[in-house]
Design a protein around this ligand. Structure first.
Ligand SMILES: Cc1cc2nc3c(=O)[nH]c(=O)nc-3n(C[C@H](O)[C@H](O)[C@H](O)COP(=O)(O)OP(=O)(O)OC[C@H]3O[C@@H](n4cnc5c(N)ncnc54)[C@H](O)[C@@H]3O)c2cc1C
Length: 268
């Protein structure tokens, strides 16, 4: 289906992009376009104008600090993360980005677009929660930093408000991480996913079972403690053509155990 007529601007600075977004309530950021263009084609959304972020070099790149903190620009693509020597400081990040869809989507899709769309089936929202990411959001009045728990607010809804942009994500150091999912086919979207991090505390985030990633802190990484934490979360995921609510609930427990096992191996 053809797109409706839509305005287009390609700013050269973040400040200019913020001005354009603030000046038009109906304007939306365009990152890799792998979600928003499909949503527009399906007529599920019709922004008045697209503010193309692809000319903003200040939103790209991966920086590794001396303490192991990774800072990743919102416009960094999955392929750039997979290829990055710096990103290997937190190996799970590249491993999961390499699982997203196919090479065309990975070459265009960005880490910022993935978390800003907050589609519950996307790979990165649960991963960012388990890894304890922090996000920087810029508006015309300045910047603020939020935790990943504060960032994800509902299906397709995040802490990025009208007229604002996600500029970067920060990940603390750590290696004991895991991710497990059941997908629709080899390159398909997730039916259910789980990310785990055992760096200091045990943290698990479940995807596809609620509007936002379900953040769990089991008492230990023992299998029984992990299963108890998932069972105690009172999950009531939606049923759809791909999985019933009961099957997704079952998958969440199995995948949480697998993600923790991978994290244990990665940390040993
Ligand atoms: C065939 C196909 C299969 C896919 N399979 C998967 C999959 O298995 N797993 C997965 O995780 N994803 C999958 N996706 C989605 C893909 O990862 C998208 O790239 C991602 O959801 C959005 O990233 P984007 O850069 O393309 O963002 P866009 O589509 O350009 O933008 C998405 C939304 O985020 C907003 N936005 C983008 N960047 C910013 C920013 N910096 N600040 C504020 N708002 C911003 C936009 O306004 C828009 O509302 C798939 C997509 C396709 C087409």
């Amino acid at each position: 289906m053809l797109l409706r007529e839509v305005g287009y601007a390609r700013p050269e600075t973040v400040a200019e992009a913020l001005e354009l977004l603030a000046a038009n309530d109906g304007a939306r950021a365009l990152a890799g376009g792998q979600t928003i263009v499909n949503v527009m084609k399906a007529r599920a959304a019709s922004p008045d104008a697209l503010i193309d972020l692809n000319g903003l070099d200040e939103l790209r790149g991966i920086d590794l600090a001396g303490d192991g903190t990774l800072t990743i620009g919102a416009m960094t693509t999955y392929s750039e993360i997979v290829a990055s020597a710096e990103a290997r400081a937190r190996p799970i990040l590249g491993e999961v980005c390499a699982q997203i869809a196919d090479v065309q989507v990975r070459n265009r899709g960005t880490i910022g677009g993935n978390v800003c769309s907050n589609d519950p089936t996307n790979h990165l929202p649960p991963l960012m929660v388990a890894l304890g990411a922090r996000m920087t959001i810029a508006g015309r009045d300045g910047e603020r930093e939020v935790s990943s728990g504060e960032f994800f607010q509902g299906v397709y809804l995040t802490a990025v408000g009208p007229g604002e942009l996600l500029t970067k994500l920060m990940l603390p150091a750590g290696k004991a991480d895991g991710f497990a999912s059941v997908t629709l086919g080899v390159d398909g979207t997730c039916i259910c996913s789980a990310a785990a991090s055992l760096n200091g505390e045990v943290r698990i985030a479940l995807g596809c079972v609620d509007a936002v990633p379900v953040d769990l802190r089991p008492a230990s990484s023992d299998e029984q403690a992990v299963r108890d934490a998932v069972r105690g979360a009172g999950l009531a995921p939606p049923s759809d053509v791909h999985a019933s609510s009961a099957y997704r609930t079952h998958l969440a427990e199995v995948l949480a155990v697998r993600a923790v096992e991978q994290a244990q191996k990665a940390g040993s």
